[in-house]
Design a protein around this ligand. Sequence first.
Ligand SMILES: O=C(O)CCC(=O)C(=O)O
Length: 193
Amino acid sequence: MTPDRPRLRHLPGWVAGPEADRWLRRLLEEVTWKQEHITVYGRRHAMPRLTCWMADSGCGYRYSGLENRIEPWAPLVETIRRRVAATAGRSFNSLLLNLYRDGRDAMGWHADDEPELDAGAPIASLSLGASRTLRFRPRQRDAAPSEAMELGHGDLLFMDPPTQQHWQHGLPRRVKVTGPRVNLTFRVVTAGG
Ligand SMILES: O=C(O)CCC(=O)C(=O)O
């Protein structure tokens, strides 16, 4: 049965102004941002955002049908990972970094429920830069109302189990947004993933 609501813990301003500004600037400059493509009905499309994967060895996995090239943990990202782990009370071994260059970039509806992911672990999502709306909808239509959450600069969001099993999330375009947003989603890949 679909729970009434996704299990979310939103910590607004988890990282404060000047430090959040510095993290954003450095991530924009230092991460090897990649333009990935997906093929839909035989046509190749550029994904509407740039991405990068970082993970412990053996903790990469397929996502949107893409075999991801794993980058080593950048020193700043390692620091952020430790800070997120301290708040979460648990560690994370895999990370997807998303760069939404402006409000035309977006993320379609999906659930982070790949078999390699530990379904019992939360996903920790850090937002930096432009404020954007993350939307949730039940996978079983009409099972529960949809929800939306505004994610601002420095906010940390935990999506706790069993959210990914029952809900999808997505980040719609917001054309009036002109500034970039960086989002880091820390995950736990189970051994052998
Ligand atoms: O940018 C966001 O807040 C959402 C990212 C996301 O859904 C994902 O990385 O799976």
